[in-house]
Design a protein around this ligand. Structure first.
Ligand code: BF8
Length: 653
């Protein structure tokens, strides 16, 4: 593990932090040094939901205060620390759910436009997945065209946003026992928007004041993300842009090219990125770049948009969340094109130190000091050309001060649920059987989802890489998304040769199947692919009859965004033990924290945990996996002993 003072374990990042200092340009790493986090807000003990406050009820640090004394201290309205912590937690879940939900809404709108033939340049790429969705949603296939079928699907899934009663379309995908658990607990989500709105209402001054009731609504809202917004987004993106399959690419700032027009696409929604990927190959656009003295056009992804175009087109990734400003610091980026989510406002200041144009494209996300070019899905080709030409025109404005770190790694991405099924079982008997069998026989101890962001409060990438190495060493197969996936890819863990870091059992399975021990499943919105994969494991048989029976665990070691809290909570509500690093947002209330860490397991089979040390994170996750193995009666399988004759004779005595 790296020294706390070290900013990153990634060489390219360290090199660019140093260059930024030489260039007199400040980045997130400097701002983190200059801005101490508010300790009261960090523990969830500050309520600013009305103008009588903000009220702060932190646990006293310097004097002796019992939990009882602490409970007596209240906000002006009488709110207890429990209510305040639970409200803040619920609002984080609602914000995260709204982000994925609003992303999905735009995807449904585009899907509908494609079905109506109104979005030139986009198409239905995965017909098989379209038809499977039709069967699942009860849409008539017959001799109807793909367009007609797609329109019906769009209309059904659009209902998931505003539905007032009933349940979301994909709830019925979950194992039956899981659906029953949600029903019994009264948390089956109705409409995505409804659950978010209700959470905002309940957390308004003077409404819901019982922390368990608040967490219950947070649970319903989180489920509207995992089995709602995120799943709708992922499914329709696959149908329109193609279901990912394994693809070799490269990652880190070394993928920038000194002689090309470098264009970084950063954000989350793939509609724009997909079109830029197509248009940047257009011979007339490449010829135009040459007239400005460039050799060609180099499109590079950043953050979760990177994951989307990486796994569908093999487009290289520049880096993860904390590297967004550093890409500009290379001095070689003509334009950074952004849409929504995880885009630091600091980018405008950094861009001013160099020649980079920051181009915003989404009406929902304006940034002062950027160039706004409205991206309209219905006129996507023209606008994408315009955006790329703006970048090309900026090539001659480069300063002399260019340094691209010569650091990049090979990686394989694109492990959708469909691909995993195929890889494991082959074309004619595609199934999860080999995975389940290898878990039962103990070669694979269990499965971990390691996901989430970077956070400037901890050494960049360190927790992700240390944790994942520790897990695979202990025969735990790791599924990854988001910026976490990028961290381990940079460290060389997403190539088949990484089996050398895995335990003997896991390595033998990976070598047989030809996969890395760490599988890249996509962007944050694709965390629902992990739910789908886990459900497939339950349905395959032999590992219990619910998600909470599986020997699996989840972790977001360097989380920072509210989306991560929504994701973590839908994993917990789906029966998964989930660990977060860095900080825990309800630590100010012992009761709420105990509830989320312990008691909630009685209702949902999953629970939260918090741990800052990646080795201990791994130990906790492995202990949970072993607990589940024991409950399934497959713990013995791990302790295979080869009996010689003498031992057999002893047995017979
Ligand atoms: O969408 S890009 S910093 S929030 S992990 Fe985290 Fe990274 Fe953001 Fe998830 Ni994805």
């Amino acid at each position: 593990m790296a020294d706390k003072e070290v900013k990153s374990i990634d060489q390219a990042t360290l090199e660019m932090i140093e260059k930024a200092h030489q260039d007199g340009c400040s980045t997130v790493f400097d701002r983190a040094d200059n801005m101490k986090p508010c300790p009261i807000g960090a523990e969830g003990s500050c309520c600013k939901n009305c103008a009588m406050g903000p009220c702060r009820v932190p646990m006293a640090k310097n004097k002796e205060e019992t939990a009882e004394d602490h409970k007596k201290r209240k906000g002006v309205c009488g709110a207890t620390v429990e209510t305040i912590a639970a409200r803040n937690f619920a609002r984080m879940v609602a914000a995260g759910t709204s982000a994925h939900g609003d992303h999905a809404r735009r995807v449904v709108e585009l899907f509908h436009a494609v079905a109506e033939g109104k979005a030139p340049g986009y198409q239905i790429k995965d017909e098989q997945k379209l038809l499977q969705l039709a069967l699942e949603l009860g849409v008539k296939i017959g001799d109807r065209s793909n367009q007609e079928i797609a329109r019906d699907i769009a209309e059904i899934l659009r209902e998931d946003f505003g539905r007032q009663e009933g349940q979301l379309s994909f709830i019925k995908r979950a194992p039956l026992k899981r659906q029953e658990i949600w029903r019994q607990n009264g948390v089956t989500p109705r409409g995505i928007d409804r659950e978010v709105v209700e959470t905002m209402h309940r957390t308004h001054m003077g409404v819901d004041q019982d922390y368990q009731s608040l967490i219950k609504q947070a649970t319903r809202t989180a489920l509207a993300d995992g089995w709602g917004g995120s799943m709708v987004g992922t499914e329709l993106q696959d149908v329109m842009f193609g279901t990912p399959s394994p693809v070799l690419s490269q990652i880190n700032l070394g993928v920038l090219k000194e002689e090309d027009v470098n264009i970084i696409i950063h954000g989350h929604e793939p509609a724009l990125a997909e079109m830029l990927a197509v248009v940047s190959q257009d011979p007339s656009i490449i010829a135009y770049a040459k007239t400005k003295g460039a050799k060609g056009i180099n499109l590079v992804g950043m953050c979760c948009t990177a994951n989307e175009i990486l796994m569908r087109h093999g487009i290289p990734t520049g880096g993860n969340f904390l590297q967004q400003e550093l890409a500009i610091v290379t001095g070689a980026v003509e334009a950074m094109i952004v849409d929504v989510q995880c885009i630091m406002q600091g980018l405008t200041d950094v861009a001013q130190c160099y020649h980079t144009k920051l181009i915003t494209t989404d009406e929902r996300a304006h940034i002062t000091g950027s160039t706004f070019i409205h991206f309209d899905d219905l006129n996507a080709i023209e606008i994408s050309k315009n955006i790329i030409k703006t970048a090309i025109d900026n090539f001659p404005n480069r300063h002399k001060n260019i340094r691209i770190p010569q650091v990049k790694s090979d990686m394989v991405a694109g492990f959708s649920h469909e691909t995993i099924t195929y890889l494991l079982g082959g074309m004619f008997r595609a199934s999860y059987r080999p995975l389940n069998d290898n878990i039962i026989n103990g070669r694979i101890r269990g499965v971990a989802g390691v996901v989430g962001c970077n956070n400037a409060r901890v050494t960049h990438d360190d927790l992700h890489v240390t944790l994942v190495k520790e897990l695979i060493k202990n025969d735990v197969l790791v599924l990854q998304t988001g910026c976490s996936a990028m961290a381990t890819a940079k460290a060389g863990l997403m190539v088949p040769e990484a089996s050398k870091f895995a335990g003997e059992g896991l390595a033998s399975v990976c070598e047989t199947v030809g996969i890395p021990p760490v599988l890249h499943l996509g962007a944050c919105v694709d965390n629902c692919r992990i739910l789908t994969a886990a459900t497939a494991m339950v349905k395959e048989g032999g590992l219990g009859d619910d998600l909470s029976d599986l020997p699996v665990a989840g972790c977001a070691p360097e989380w920072m965004s509210e989306k991560a809290v929504a994701i973590g909570h839908y994993f917990v509500a789906s029966g998964v033990y989930t660990v977060f690093g860095v900080t825990w947002p309800t630590v100010g209330s012992k009761e709420v924290t105990d509830y989320l860490f312990k008691d909630i397991e009685n209702s949902y089979g999953g629970m939260w945990d918090f741990e800052m040390d990646p080795y201990k994170m791994a130990q906790k996750m492995i202990a949970h996996i072993d607990k589940k193995r024991k409950a399934l009666g497959i713990d013995k399988a791990r302790e295979r002993v080869l009996y010689d004759m003498a031992m057999r004779r002893d047995l017979e005595k």
